[in-house]
Design a protein around this ligand. Structure first.
Ligand SMILES: *Cc1c(COP(=O)(O)O)cnc(C)c1O
Length: 450
């Protein structure tokens, strides 16, 4: 290690070439003759065919993660959170694996429907759903609509009356839990935009209003605590509070609400020191908590649902970049600049997201050097990997791969600096296929009609 950053982390990552199995797709990522392969396809081949940067989507890993949740949560409804990564190919895979789908905009809903995703297995979220979104959902018979505000209760009630339909709804309750995650992805403490406060009595009033109007088919409650939560305590507290509220509501309604969705937010490993809970363990905890709480309150256990996004899509993706410049600042830091950045992965500047990187086009016996991998954008916050080791003999033209970019990278991608979005290449059984093509300058400039 030649250069150590001033804020270098405590954990030294000694083998700069290693593919840490908790971060890379299980069993599907390895080095062959030094080259990193995923799903049996060499990343060098993807770079040659599709250019860099490119998102790589490991279909087998995605399917395996859907299957893990399906098995572990066999008695739950499982909605894959489309906002983490959604395209037609993904919607079809989700449909095939038997999972349901969580969407939160007209765009996500239209995309899912255009891929033939069954509307009955879709839940629609959003803190400000438009009249168009609500009517589209009603028209197509979307399975559940999660109500988020009094304005929306009024809007959907009126729509349902007009159309003579009775859409099935859940009420999103804010249970006052502040999970240990970044502010921008914590969603269940009082002071934020989502849902009806339990503490302030808003959740109860919303339920009373919906029940009194008797136009909507009120099925139960929904909670979602936030994202990238690695512990279980928050989920347990959230579930307990939801059950207490269900009990209170059963007295008000004169009957028990039959459903409870516990939302998503299950964390994944981005760094070797992160430990994500397997779906099995998560299921046992959540089920146990709800069963105990219901027993304590004298309630039947409701039909439960979860909405994992990142835990399915995150570890299924990686991004490949080509090194363009290397700048050594003696005694300070080495900057490795690659040909992508905050337009294809905005999580580091937005959420303090952390990542690792490996050299992908060859193995190296050189010692590791501490580097900061940065993008090509005109913004000093354009960092992809804050601190990691790459081989000292890294040179311009090498390929670098960043694992665990399957969630919230392509879906949050943007055109900062008029940089076109990279393609998404799916790999499975040694075959690569394009599932989202890369943007062209014609795509970009075609929008500019001034
Ligand atoms: C974002 C979101 C999810 C998924 O979160 P992950 O961290 O990707 O699991 C689930 N439910 C709701 C309501 C969300 O907003």
């Amino acid at each position: 290690m030649t250069t150590i950053g001033l804020d270098a982390p405590d954990v030294a990552r000694t083998d700069a070439n290693a593919l840490v199995p908790t971060i890379w797709p299980r069993g599907a990522a390895r080095r062959e003759d030094g080259v990193v392969t995923v799903g049996g396809v060499a990343l060098t081949e993807i770079a040659e065919t599709y250019g860099t940067p490119a998102y790589v989507f490991d279909e087998a890993e995605f399917r395996a993660r859907c299957a893990d949740f399906r098995t572990a949560f066999a008695d739950f409804d499982i909605y894959y959170a489309g906002k983490s990564f959604l395209c037609r190919a993904v919607a079809r895979i989700v449909a095939e694996t038997g999972l349901s789908l969580d969407v939160c905009t007209e765009g996500e809903l239209r995309l899912a429907l255009s891929a033939g995703f069954p509307a009955q297995r879709i839940v629609l979220h959003g803190n400000n759903k438009s009249a168009t979104e609500l009517s589209l959902a009603v028209e197509h018979g979307v399975g559940r609509i999660v109500l988020d505000s009094f304005d929306e209760v009024a809007r959907l009630t009126e729509l349902a009356r007009e159309q003579g339909v009775r859409p099935a709804v859940l009420v999103r309750a804010t249970v006052g839990v502040r999970p240990d995650t970044h502010d921008n992805i914590a969603t269940a403490h009082e002071d934020q935009k989502f849902g009806f406060s339990v503490a302030a009595g808003a959740a109860r009033r919303a339920v009373e209003e919906i029940a009194a109007a008797d136009v909507l088919d009120l099925r139960g409650l929904h909670i979602h605590l936030g994202s990238q939560i690695l512990g279980t305590r928050e989920f347990e507290v959230g579930a307990e509070r939801a059950v207490v509220l269900l009990k209170e509501l059963s007295a008000v309604l004169g009957g028990e609400l039959p459903e409870l969705s516990l939302g998503g937010g299950f964390g994944i490993a981005y760094l070797p020191e992160h430990q994500a809970l397997p779906a099995e363990a998560l299921a046992a905890r959540l089920r146990g908590t709800v069963e105990r709480a219901c027993a304590a309150e004298g309630l039947r256990v409701p039909r439960l649902a979860i909405e994992p996004g990142r835990a399915i899509s995150g570890p299924s993706g990686c991004t490949i970049y080509r090194v363009g410049t290397i700048k050594h600042l003696p005694g300070l830091r080495t900057y490795v600049a690659v040909d992508g950045g905050m337009s294809d992965n905005i999580r580091p500047p937005l959420y303090d997201g952390v990542y690792t990187a490996v050299i992908a086009d060859r193995d190296s016996a050189a010692p590791g050097m501490r580097v900061r991998v940065v993008g090509r954008h005109c913004d000093a916050g354009d960092v992809i990997v804050r601190d990691d080791d790459l081989p000292e003999d890294l040179r311009v033209g090498d390929l670098v791969a960043v694992p665990a970019t399957g969630a919230y990278c392509r879906s949050l991608s943007n055109n900062f600096n008029h940089v076109p979005r990279p393609p998404v290449v799916a790999v499975a059984d040694g075959v690569a296929r394009l599932i989202i093509r890369g943007e062209t300058f014609d795509d970009l400039f075609g929008l500019d009609v001034g």
